[in-house]
Design a binder for this molecule. Sequence first.
Ligand SMILES: *Cc1c(COP(=O)(O)O)cnc(C)c1O
Length: 365
Amino acid sequence: MIETPYYLVDKAKLLRNLRTMQFVRERSGARVLLALKCFATWSVFDLMRQYMDGTTSSSLYELRLGREKFGGETHAYSVAWADSEIDEVVTHADKIIFNSVGQLERYADRTAAVPRGLRVNPQVSSSSFDLADPARPFSRLGESDPARIEVVLPMISGFMIHNNCENEDFGLFDRMLAQFESRFGPLLERVEWVSLGGGIHFTGEDYPLEAFCARLREFAARYGVQVFLEPGEAAVTGSTSLEVSVLDTLYNGKHLAIVDSSIEAHMLDLLIYRESAHIEPNVGPHTYMICGKSCLAGDIFGEFRFPRPLAVGDRLSIANAAGYTMVKKNWFNGVRMPAIAVRELDGRVTVQREFTFEDFAASLS
Ligand SMILES: *Cc1c(COP(=O)(O)O)cnc(C)c1O
């Protein structure tokens, strides 16, 4: 038995999403790039690259990881590039997408050899949570003035927009795309490609895939562009769990169980977005608050039901541990970093990476 804590990526579950992406590629003509900021667990890239076209990035390091570990088409995007990195960016990138006209102009000469794009901010988004809303007031994420964008058209061949966030509603996606078209249509006719970013939950159950693909096809034909999608969460949703063990149980007005993990260290988004974890099937007469072992008072995975009382040594499987989870793990409290394991398609579980005291020490000096 593998020692806890560990993240477990299940390739069979991942494959369900990958097959959907393959369907969308074929049916819509869009090219599909994995957004590495969401998921960069490269030990499963061997499987993923068979169903996706490549990767997109948020930084030089993600760009290089995409080039070296995934291959295929490699897009470079960053909110801001630095003088010290732009020459290396050019060596890894098939396309460079600039966040602003200022950056595009600053690096025009040094990036002349690579196709370039510009991030456009359509000023509408599907997110109402301002921390994650690219269209929030005064947003730094992309250019929004068509007149300003038109001036630099000779330097670019495409646009990137990213204004969806876990959007499961095709109707909303469709309406937002129409708003983008009505405002930027004349510019769209003058570029060769458009990336519609991530945040479209098209691998979710009951998503109207045919309508989605038809909409993408129609968009591509209307402007004569190659469409790209940049799924992060949609690519990996439901594929991974965090496996933990109960270290102690207490009763303080509620039944508590402390596990060998921590939300702040190993599932940070639960803390940032004030969400509860998921433990299935979550049925039975015994309710426990599942708590992390860091010293943060609010280090709580959530409250769950169990068929029998929990005991020290019991194992629990916390769902939804792929997107924005492994990429954010940290050494807070020196809590043992979860290993990374993969369940292969034949059912064998292999440990890909374990982290030790030396890794903890090496993360600081
Ligand atoms: C975050 C991000 C993505 C991926 O978003 P998901 O919600 O994980 O699909 C894609 N493109 C850009 C530019 C992003 O910032």
